[in-house]
Design a protein around this ligand. Structure first.
Ligand code: IPE
Ligand code: IPE
Ligand code: MG
Length: 236
């Protein structure tokens, strides 16, 4: 009986879904006297490594915040640099993800992206759709926009009264588990419109490490801290 309880407790400490607010690229570059774009370039490599490491340690759902609905406020040259890195990622994403049995889902409104990019994003989603593990890439994503989008879909389908489950099922994350742990690098302690609905009971972990400096050992530290937390979900 004791054994059973302990193994259940252990299971509950396993992270099913980890999410990252990858922040601090610009400051990392500025500290080195380099253009912000360079920080994004290094940040993109760290993103690839982090996703693979999470898979290696048995976390089978990962979400990353790559570009927010508010990030369009940035100078055109910085946005262009981020979009170029994104396109480069799209080129090699499928190969790695198929090898690892990871499905890619893009969270956010694809419509502002160029047609060829949208087509590529849709192809990646379709080609990887049968894979069992999952990577969500939040790209032109906003948590409020996501909820509004879900409600508009429900209205279009003729709903007059909705439940929490209805909303959950119309989010971009649909069948993914709720995030157990949200990690934000870069020192700011805020959500910045990320996973507003899904984060209701997520554990939050903030670190001053800037995203381009983020390593496997930083993932380990966040996971270790998560395991020390006591999640009550409103109970006792
Ligand atoms: C996060 O790094 C990446 C994106 C928002 C695209 P930032 O670019 O926000 O870097 P800081 O916060 O200015 O250092
Ligand atoms: C959050 O970072 C968005 C991403 C990491 C993509 P920001 O740098 O945009 O957030 P704020 O402006 O500090 O809140
Ligand atoms: Mg930032």
């Amino acid at each position: 009986m004791l054994m059973q309880t302990e193994s259940k407790m252990q299971r509950e400490k396993d992270i099913r879904h980890i999410a990252f607010i990858m922040d601090g690229n610009g400051r990392w570059a500025k500290k080195r006297g380099l253009p912000r774009e360079y920080g994004h370039k290094v940040g993109a490599d760290v993103f690839r490594k982090t996703v693979e490491y999470c898979d290696d340690i048995g976390i089978h759902c990962v979400t990353v915040y790559a570009f927010s609905t508010e990030n369009w406020k940035r100078p055109g040259h910085e946005i262009s640099a981020i979009m170029l890195l994104f396109k480069q990622y799209l080129k090699d994403a499928v190969k790695t993800m198929m090898k690892r049995d990871i499905r890619i889902v893009f969270l956010g409104d694809k419509s502002p992206f160029p047609k060829d990019v949208v087509k590529q994003m849709e192809e990646i989603e379709r080609d990887s759709s049968q894979n069992t593990k999952r990577l969500n890439i939040a790209m032109n994503y906003g948590g409020r926009a996501e909820i509004v989008h879900a409600v508009n879909e429900l209205i279009a389908q003729g709903y007059e009264k909705i439940t929490e489950e209805d909303v959950t099922n119309h989010l971009y994350t649909l069948d993914a588990p709720m995030p157990d742990l949200i990690v934000r690098t870069g020192g700011e302690q805020r959500i910045s419109n990320f996973l507003m609905w899904q984060s209701a009971y997520s554990e939050l972990y903030f670190t001053d490490v800037l995203w381009p400096d983020f390593t496997e050992s930083d993932v380990d530290q966040a996971v270790a801290e998560y395991k020390r937390r006591n999640r009550r979900f409103g109970g006792i």
